[in-house]
Design a protein around this ligand. Structure first.
Ligand code: 0PR
Length: 378
C-alpha cells in the first residue's frame, strides 16, 4: 500500500469515492434520507462514545434512557424498556430471540406474513427457528385466519408489520393482538418504517403498546426518524422480556448486557435524542404530512397516465401497476433514477422520503412519461 501522508490528498480520495455515491435527490428506492442537521451535530460530539460500556459513558447511557422513554411515549408506553440498536434487522432478530428464550420449545417457529422484510429470514437462520409465512388478503395485509391456522404448540412469536417495506401497508394489529393474547404468544411489531409515520397520520391505526397483546416494537430513527445511520430502536412492554437477552459481562463496568453488539454507537443515541428534542412530535407530524403531500402529487401524476397504485397508499411508500415494468424500470435507472420493484404483486416501488421535493417529482414524472412512451411504442 502506498502511504499518502498529506491530509488533503487523503481527503480528496475520500471525496472522490463519495462523489460516486448517488445523491438522495435521485433516490426513490431508499427508506433512509439526509439526517437532520442537529442530528449530525450531536453525532459529531459523540464519535468516541461506546454505549456498550455504560459505566464509562454515563452521559450516553442517560441519553439512551431518555430516548427510549421518548419513543415509548410516542408508542403509548412511556415506561417501555429497550435500547438503541443498529436498525430494523438487529431489532427484529433480538425480538424473536427474546420470544424464543421466553418460551423454550424444542422446535420453535414464528409467524410473519409473506410481506415480511428479509431480516426475518436472517432471524430464522441465525436463531435456528422455523419461519412460517402467513397468507395476505387482497389488500396485502396479513390474513388473521391464516395466522390462526399456522399456530401450534411450538409457535413462540407472531410478527405484525406496521408499514411493510414494499407497499407501506399496515397489518391488522388489533386482530393480531387478540390472537396473541388468546394463545399466550409473544407479538412483535415491525414498525421499522411505520413507527415514525403511523402516529402522525390523520387516520388512526392501533398498532403499538396501547394494544395489550403487543410485546415489543422495532422502530428505526434512521428511517423516518431523521437520525443518522445506524439507528434503530427496540422497545419492550416489560423488562422481563429484555431480561431474557441478558448475558453477564464480568470484566466491564456494568454487570450484564442485553444488546446484540458489544461496542455500540453512542453517536447514534445522541443524534436521535437531539432530533427528537428539536423537532418534537409536531415537527414529525409536519414532515410526514409533507411526504404524504408529495406522495399524492405522484399518485395524481400517475393517474393522468392511467397508472394506478396497487393499494391506496397509507404512507409514503407507493407501489404502481406499470406496464412493461422491467423495461420502464431499466430505462429509469439509465436516466439516473434509483427506483425499485416489489416481489408480489410485481410493481414499481417508490419511497417518498423527506428529500423528495416537488421539483424532483416534476423531473421524475417527465422522465417516467418518456420511459413509458418509448417502451410502449417498441
Ligand atoms: N423491517 C422493515 C419493515 C424494513 O422496511 C426494513 C428495512 C427492516 C426491517 C430492516 O431494517 P435495517 O435495514 O435498518 O436493518 N427496509 C429497507 C429495505 O430493505 C432498508 C433500506 C434502506 C434499504 C435504505 C435500502 C436503502 O437504501 O428496503
Amino acid at each position: 500500500m502506498d502511504n499518502i501522508t498529506k491530509e488533503e490528498d487523503i481527503l480528496n480520495l475520500v471525496r472522490e469515492a463519495k462523489s460516486e455515491d448517488i445523491p438522495y435527490e435521485r433516490v426513490f428506492s431508499s427508506m433512509c434520507t439526509y439526517p437532520h442537521p442537529i442530528a449530525v451535530k450531536a453525532h459529531n460530539l459523540f464519535l468516541s462514545s461506546n454505549a456498550g460500556d455504560p459505566g464509562i459513558f454515563k452521559g450516553t447511557n442517560k441519553l439512551e434512557k431518555k430516548v427510549i422513554s421518548m419513543i415509548g411515549d410516542l408508542l403509548h408506553k412511556r415506561d417501555a424498556c429497550g435500547y438503541i440498536s443498529t436498525g430494523g434487522t438487529e431489532s427484529n432478530i433480538q425480538a424473536i430471540r427474546m420470544a424464543r428464550n421466553l418460551k423454550q420449545r424444542k422446535k420453535p417457529n414464528f409467524i410473519v406474513s409473506e410481506m415480511g422484510h428479509f431480516s426475518f429470514e436472517k432471524t430464522a437462520d441465525i436463531l435456528g427457528i422455523k419461519l412460517k409465512k402467513a397468507e395476505v388478503r387482497d389488500d396485502l395485509t396479513i390474513d388473521p385466519d391464516s395466522v390462526e391456522r399456522l399456530i401450534d404448540d411450538d409457535t413462540i412469536a407472531i410478527v405484525g408489520i406496521a408499514g411493510t417495506t414494499e407497499f407501506g401497508q399496515i397489518d391488522p394489529i388489533e386482530e393480531l393482538s387478540k390472537i396473541a393474547l388468546e394463545n399466550d404468544i409473544f407479538l412483535h411489531i415491525d414498525g421499522a418504517f411505520g413507527g415514525f409515520v403511523i402516529p402522525f397520520l390523520d387516520e388512526k391505526y392501533m398498532f403499538d403498546f396501547e394494544l395489550d397483546g403487543v410485546s415489543s416494537i422495532s422502530v428505526d430513527p434512521h428511517k423516518m426518524g431523521m437520525s443518522v445511520i445506524p439507528s434503530g430502536a427496540l422497545l419492550t412492554r416489560d423488562k422481563k422480556y429484555l431480561k431474557r437477552l441478558e448475558i453477564s459481562t464480568p470484566y466491564l463496568s456494568s454487570k450484564s448486557q442485553f444488546t446484540l453488539t458489544g461496542t455500540r454507537s453512542g453517536a447514534s443515541i445522541a443524534a436521535t435524542y437531539a432530533v427528537l428534542m428539536y423537532l418534537g412530535w409536531d415537527g414529525f407530524k409536519s414532515i410526514v404530512k409533507s411526504c404524504l403531500r408529495m406522495t399524492n402529487i405522484i399518485v395524481e401524476g400517475m393517474r393522468d397516465l392511467d397508472i394506478n397504485p396497487v393499494i391506496d397508499p397509507k404512507m409514503n411508500v407507493l407501489a404502481l401497476n406499470v406496464p412493461k415494468l422491467c423495461k420502464v424500470f431499466n430505462t429509469l435507472w439509465k436516466k439516473g433514477w434509483c427506483v425499485s420493484k416489489t416481489r408480489k404483486p410485481k410493481a414499481l416501488r417508490l419511497v417518498i422520503m423527506p428529500h423528495i421535493t416537488e421539483d424532483i417529482i416534476d423531473d421524475f414524472l417527465k422522465d417516467f412519461k418518456r420511459a413509458l412512451r418509448d417502451n410502449l411504442i417498441r
